[in-house]
Ligand binder design. Sequence first.
Ligand SMILES: [Ca+2]
Ligand SMILES: [Ca+2]
Length: 447
Amino acid sequence: MRIFWQQKQWIRFGLFLILFFLLPYNLQAANLHTLSDRVSRHAPAIPSDHVFTFTTPSGLTGAGDYIRISFDGGFDLSAIIYSDVTLTHGSVTGQEISETVVADPTAVNWGLSRSGNHIDLIRSTGDIAPNDIVIISIGAAHKIVNPLALGSKIISLALYDIADNLIDSGRLAVPIADDQVGVNGAPLGTLPTPVILNFPYNVLTNSLDLDWSENLDFNFHRYVLYMGTSPGVTDLNGTFLPIPGIPGVIPDQANPTDPTLRTQTIFNIDGLAPARTYYFVVYVYNDQGNNAISNEVYATTNNSGNPWPPPPAQPTINQRLCPIFLPTVTIDGTKPGSTTIFINGDSENINYPTDLTWNKPVSLGLGANLFLIFARDSYGQNSPFLTATVNRCEVGDANCNAVIDDFDLAGLAGHWETNWCYADFNEDGIVDDFDLSGLAAHWDSVY
Ligand SMILES: [Ca+2]
Ligand SMILES: [Ca+2]
């Protein structure tokens, strides 16, 4: 036992000799904390707004320093100009400073440069202090077009100094989800004839009637209704209204030969809020899976009942200031009162310390872990979606750059026996032998 202890001391002494005489003392770059990107549309080939939020441990204070946002292949940035981008930052949410973004940086403005698949925001004035929260929104008159291909796409954010040395960086995953059939390219087969939707009638406090022209296509398959509370309803942003199936009375959606599927074109819609304007569209599908959308109609329900609240506001996820190394972690955030949180479509195992806060223990894989979060109120109304990415780093990877090397060892040694969370891999509040052995065990690994 004593021999083992002596060997360990010699190993540690040897490491320190290497560290203090040969290697840089401090880490070269830090990890951006809990990143999020609020994406207005996830469908392929659709223009979408992006709102990035992150915390930078190092800040950005030099003239010519810049923030680079790099999009995965397939995103089309070509329409974006400086007036489509806003930049705010500050230490406290709600009290951020707004910077003016122009084409070229001036003494008082930030500049915007776009090339290929990245956008650079170039600093001239306006320090971003260490640990500032930074919010960048892209998409005003012009928007970034989503890739054609489905799947998880990576967006990288990095802060550089004027000499292109990396300051802080982080990565996000954004899902491109195929929830609209036939949106890309020429669909196979024929397109259905869209129906004409008439304006709602029998409009009451909580209900109305809706009807439309019958579709006479030989390969008609079904109608699908969508409702929204703002104009521009589609099958992506609308609420799906299921048509109940009672065979022989109203269409039996489970039975494609039910003749009333085609002829039943009048529906009563209830469960609506008083004094609110609703918008409707109807899709027609044919048996080849192609669809066509109707015109949009709307109506405002009567103002004679108990008013409903507006749909809930978007929940938030709290920024985490230390990297995450352990596979299980509790994520937490805030929410509107009297709402239930859904994370990746699931409301199970979510804790509510107060009516305005939530948390959930989650299992993280190495790298980017994607969470889609929304709040639902007691009326069944959903908030806008929050897309958040939580990054888990390999034990030993103090600067979270997916490789464990000299930089991580230097950082660990430079903070020996302190509570430096970037090298406290077992999260026990001190950088010591346990963390060093964890780093050694993963030495040179790339993940
Ligand atoms: Ca590393
Ligand atoms: Ca430790």
